[in-house]
Design a protein around this ligand. Structure first.
Ligand SMILES: Cc1cc2nc3c(=O)[nH]c(=O)nc-3n(C[C@H](O)[C@H](O)[C@H](O)COP(=O)(O)OP(=O)(O)OC[C@H]3O[C@@H](n4cnc5c(N)ncnc54)[C@H](O)[C@@H]3O)c2cc1C
Length: 411
């Protein structure tokens, strides 16, 4: 490992960037570390934002690190500063306050920003919200407290988190999505119906196969939305979950390869030596499905951060993890393990739906690549999840239909 005073720059202080900074300090006591973010906060837990939105936890519980933590480790945390450009020839990054920082190794851990709602009437209308940051959450909470009706828009994880938050706060909530069911890139009509039934129990009006045509504001706030199929939906506020665009723009004038995300090898290094990427923004080589892809989960970003930090400090460790995602879904849970993508033509899947607890149903879907289990999606009971994670990790062959069916009932 390196011992002299190397200069490390990390763009983005989410869980990937902050974990990388911590790992660098542990492995390289003499180096300098600059950790930059456009946000005003040290690391906070994005996964906790939905519970903060619902009023289940207070803001303090969302925070993970404070400024003192960085000072104690001699990590220069620079907040409210946007990196505007990377120069891989000069090995510098430039910031929006006119500064230039040199680096010996660079980590891009910039995550993504939410796609805005671009329909007639949206521009200039207040109370249309994305939901990614702590500041987004505070603004949405303030508006929820003065609203009666709300619309959650989209078929993504974020749209259901918004919908859940509105419903728990007792707003008259509509959940509108263009697709035929929620999470259409992973579920199927059966799984979609299981989720709808849970949402409806909370009084949510669920609408599929329709989209916002325009917003009809009254005095600059959304009065109601018009949909393409002619509906008019009252909404004092609109929560938008239309996916994210990964933050690769600052690399536009560099030779660093980007597609949807920043392309890295299994060591999380880009095609430009000394430049790494980690977390949501990294398009990494996933050994379980033998191809590059991005993954927007906390565990993945955390594990990436550790590996990137190690390798920036001179190590050589490959990323071989199986990321998992668990989250409350109204009064049940949803868990995703590995790669669960119905739209991936290389994967086959089987699913099972059965009665569960509290009048809900359990739904489980398994994804296979050739003979191996590579992904799991569970709604409702999480029983058997740990064993399934182990099976995905083990990469064992599961070829016989009966053996695959048995996994659908594994407890
Ligand atoms: C509401 C919500 C709920 C979620 N729930 C779950 C869950 O239940 N389970 C789960 O596994 N995952 C969940 N996720 C996803 C998870 O939070 C992310 O996968 C994870 O936080 C990604 O971490 P990251 O470090 O890669 O990026 P981020 O946390 O996105 O951090 C990137 C940081 O870089 C900053 N940045 C970007 N560009 C620049 C620039 N040019 N200059 C300076 N700073 C820049 C960004 O503003 C941001 O602060 C949730 C996400 C959200 C938003």
């Amino acid at each position: 490992m390196a011992t002299h005073d190397r200069r490390y720059v990390i763009i983005g202080n989410g869980v990937a960037g902050t974990t990388a900074a911590d790992t660098l300090r542990k492995n390289d006591p003499n180096c300098s570390i600059h950790l930059l973010t456009n946000e005003p906060y040290p690391l906070y837990n994005r996964v906790s934002l939905p519970r903060f939105l619902q009023g289940v936890i207070v803001e303090q519980k969302v925070m993970i690190r404070d400024f003192a933590w960085h000072e104690q480790r001699n990590i220069q945390l620079i907040t409210e500063t946007m990196v505007t450009q990377v120069d891989t020839e000069a090995k510098t990054v430039s910031t929006d306050d006119g500064k230039t920082l040199p680096y010996d190794a660079l980590l891009v851990a910039t995550g993504g920003w939410a796609n805005p709602l671009n329909v007639p009437g949206a521009a200039g209308t207040q109370h249309i919200y994305n939901f990614v940051t702590l500041d987004d959450t505070k603004t949405i909470i303030a508006r929820m407290l003065e609203s009666r009706t709300a619309l959650a828009y989209g078929g993504s994880f974020i749209s259901y988190e918004l919908c859940d938050g509105f419903a728990v706060r007792k707003l008259d909530t509509t959940w509108l999505m263009r697709g035929p069911f929620w999470l259409r890139t992973a579920l199927d009509p059966d799984g979609g119906e299981v989720v709808d039934n849970i949402a409806k129990k909370f009084g949510v009006h669920v609408i599929h196969g329709d989209e916002i045509e325009s917003i009809v504001p009254t005095n600059g706030v959304p009065g109601y939305v018009k949909t393409k199929k002619g509906r008019e939906i009252q909404a004092d506020m609109i929560g938008v979950g239309l996916g994210i665009t990964l933050n690769t723009q600052i690399l536009a004038n560099t030779p660093i390869e980007t597609r949807g995300g920043v392309v890295v090898d299994e060591y999380l290094e880009t095609n430009v030596p000394g430049v790494f990427a980690a977390g949501d923004v990294a398009e990494f080589y996933d050994t379980t499905i033998a191809k590059h892809h991005t993954m927007g989960t906390w565990d993945n970003a955390l594990a990436h951060g550790r590996i990137a930090g190690l390798n920036m400090a001179g190590g050589r460790e490959a990323y071989l993890d199986v990321p998992t995602y668990t989250s409350p879904l109204f009064d049940v849970n949803i868990a995703v393990v590995g790669t669960a993508e119905s739209n991936n033509p290389e994967l086959t899947s089987i699913a099972r739906r059965e009665p569960g607890e509290k009048g809900n149903e359990n739904y489980r879907k398994l994804f296979f690549r050739e003979k191996k289990l590579v992904g799991v999606l569970m709604i409702g009971s999480p029983k058997g999840r740990k064993k399934l994670v182990e099976i995905v990790k083990s990469q064992q062959d599961i070829d016989m239909p009966a053996d695959r069916e048995a996994l659908l009932q594994l407890k």
